[in-house]
Design a protein around this ligand. Structure first.
Ligand code: 6PG
Length: 506
């Protein structure tokens, strides 16, 4: 009998997605250019299913893969973004893929590449895209999936995607855990929803990753402040984060930070925290950068996300930082009483929370702007819903965002939602106190402080752009509007003349 699904690319994510599909009753024909990976997934399937009745069959070529599938073929790709996706698409054409076959790209492709590819291959097969979030464990036991492309293809993919995705309890919004091979969850709301036409799903996944960068950086800044400002050990910081993880900051990223901070290794016979020997140079594969670039292109500020990208870049300039650390001085050590330390930790918590709200507000507003720009119809409460479980930014907090968009689907920015207004108003003073102390400590906190600037800019009904318009008019006759005259009327001052005459120009 022929298999339900063809799977290409058996790296960590691919292998786990195959096993997840198999647990949900789908038979798979699997292929990878590296035959060892094909053997590994078959062995793992046999081991987990405790049977020789293989749910996964190995293939050694694209043609063989296609010959083992039911028609029209349904093929899932898990290959690195960029050129490898095109290589596989071309190979499938060579292998005899048909125009009504569906090929799903699950990688983190750049969304504009997806739009171009869908067009490029439309006479050869239907290219569908569906980014996957949740890392290896998510892929194995339930990721968040962000599908987009042909609506027809989605009718075929939907039951499969709903089966393998993470699920949340429909009343509480809490994840329904699935942790063991063979286990499936058939109840609750699936963490997948059709996002829109070609590219929309990859755009939404890109913004998910931008928010992920911001969320991670915010936690890392709190860690540095506690480490360098309060001189706390990794274990003590883990205790604080574990406490924070019980309240509104409860999230997967907070939880794993606690685990990383607590992990000890043996160095020369001594148990030391692993984190103390990890080199402080961050890697990045591009999705955060793309989010920041898109925010600049669309003129929709995402400073917390951009700062998180900059923070990774500056971390990688280790040599220059080491040189500069010998030359540039910081403030004298701030000495805080035990009581002051405790209230500072409370303020820092609120700073993290408010900054996180700003990062999500930026990400959602960016998606809203992209929706207008590209003529998509995005459903923001559904997007917040599918991020409640499975993905890397999963958090209790996403339930509040879901509720905000359910209250008002047209909400322009989370900062205008009554719940978030209250949260920010109640915590803003502590946030400011934390930022001022951090600044006196001389510790960088770009994400925490740029979020505060974002908050203050957003709540300013008058910004200094009046002077800026004056400057532009002075050197370039760029004109300005006046608050005391009809909107849209442009004025210019003859700055070079003695009488500086002002004229209405349009
Ligand atoms: C996820 C992750 C995943 C991956 C990113 C981040 O949602 O499961 O975002 O897609 O970890 O590629 O990678 P970098 O930090 O290397 O940019």
């Amino acid at each position: 009998t022929r298999c339900d699904i063809g799977f290409i690319g058996l790296g960590v994510m691919g292998k786990n997605l195959v096993l997840n599909l198999a647990d949900n009753g789908y038979s798979i024909a699997a292929f990878d250019l590296d035959n060892e990976k094909v053997k590994a997934v078959i062995a793992q399937d046999k081991f987990e299913s405790k049977s020789d009745n293989a749910r996964v069959v190995g293939c050694s070529s694209y043609t063989e893969l296609l010959s083992k599938l039911k028609t029209p073929h349904l093929i899932v790709l898990s290959v690195p973004a960029g050129a490898p996706v095109d290589q596989v698409c071309e190979s499938l054409i060579g292998g005899g893929v048909q125009p009504d076959d569906i090929v799903i790209d699950t990688g983190n492709s750049l969304w504009v590449d997806t739009v171009k590819r869908e067009e490029k291959y439309k006479n050869n097969f239907i290219l569908f895209s569906s980014a996957v979030s949740g890392g290896e464990v998510g892929a194995r036991f339930g990721p968040a999936l962000m599908p987009s492309g042909s609506a027809y293809a989605w009718t075929r993919i939907q039951p499969i995607w709903e089966a393998i995705s993470a699920k949340v309890d429909s009343v509480t919004g809490k994840p329904l855990e699935r942790t063991k091979p063979g286990e499936v969850v058939n109840e609750g709301e699936p963490c997948t929803t059709y996002i829109g036409p070609a590219g929309a799903g990859h755009y939404v996944k890109m913004v998910h990753n931008g928010i992920e960068y911001a969320d991670m950086q915010i936690i890392c800044e709190a860690y540095q402040v506690l480490r360098d400002g309060l001189k706390l050990s990794a274990e003590e910081i883990a205790d604080i984060f574990a406490q924070w993880n019980k309240g509104p900051l409860n999230s997967y990223l907070m939880e794993i930070s606690v685990d990383v901070l607590r992990h000890k290794i043996d160095v020369d016979g001594k148990q030391i925290p692993l984190v103390d020997v990890i080199l402080d140079k961050a890697g990045q594969k591009g999705t955060g950068l793309w989010t920041a670039m898109s925010s600049l292109e669309l003129g929709t500020p995402a400073p917390t996300i951009s700062q998180a990208v900059y923070a990774r870049s500056i971390s990688s300039m280790k040599n220059i930082r080491v040189q500069a650390s010998e030359l540039l001085i910081g403030p004298e050590t701030l000495s805080l009483s035990e009581e002051e330390k405790q209230s500072f930790i409370k303020n820092l918590h609120d700073a993290v929370y408010c900054s996180k709200i700003c990062a999500y507000a930026q990400g959602f507003q960016l998606m809203k702007q992209a929706e207008n720009e590209h003529g998509w119809t995005l459903n923001f409460s559904s997007i917040a819903k599918i991020w409640r479980a499975g993905c890397i930014i999963r958090a209790a907090f996403l339930q509040s965002i879901t509720a905000a968009f359910e209250r008002n689907e047209q909400l322009e920015n989370l900062l205008l939602d009554p719940y978030f207004v209250e949260q920010l108003n109640n915590n803003q003073l502590n946030w400011r106190q934390a930022i001022s102390t951090i600044s006196l400590m001389g510790i960088p906190a770009g994400a925490l402080s740029s979020s505060l600037s974002y908050f203050d800019s957003m709540r300013s009904n008058v910004l200094p752009a009046n002077l800026l318009q004056g400057q532009r008019d002075y050197f370039g006759a760029h004109t300005f509007e006046r608050v005391d005259k009809a909107a849209g009327k442009k004025y210019h001052v003859e700055w070079a003349t003695a009488d500086k005459e002002m004229k209405q120009v349009e």
